[in-house]
Design a protein around this ligand. Structure first.
Ligand SMILES: [Zn+2]
Length: 133
């Protein structure tokens, strides 16, 4: 478990470092303290710089924020003794899966189910959007 903790802390530090480079360092403490909802507020008060940052890539930052959240919550779960348990079904997540993706919170089966559900929703949305008869 110590190896996983080190890896998670290392990954978290890296992701946080990259977020700092992109910008929004002040909001980062809020982010790590609670959820990621302070980000939109940070954009409002910091609009000029935000416009510059958008060139670097809004998606990149979104992904980094998501990764920081996942890694931070994985560390939380590690501290609570819940790490390695699927948040959906409560079964143990395969160690091999955790080695590849230490921040995952669901087992392969639940991940598949969630992704299928996501794709189905996307398909339904696409269908209703292209409603031309
Ligand atoms: Zn599961």
């Amino acid at each position: 478990m110590e190896a996983i903790r080190k890896r998670l802390e290392q990954d978290l530090k890296e992701a946080v470092g990259r977020l700092r480079q992109i910008g929004g360092g002040a909001a980062l403490d809020d982010l790590l303290g609670s959820t990621g909802e302070h980000w939109s507020f940070a954009d409002e008060v910091d609009e000029i710089q935000a416009a510059e940052r958008r060139e670097i890539g809004y998606m990149t930052r979104e992904l980094l924020v998501e990764r920081v959240n996942k890694l931070a919550s994985a560390l939380d779960r590690l501290n609570d003794g819940e790490y390695g348990t699927c948040v959906e079904c409560g079964e143990a997540i395969a160690p091999a899966r955790l080695r590849v993706l230490p921040e995952v919170q669901t087992c392969v089966r639940c991940q598949d189910r969630l992704e299928r559900l996501g794709r189905q929703l996307e398909a339904v949305e696409a269908e209703t959007a292209v409603d031309d008869d």
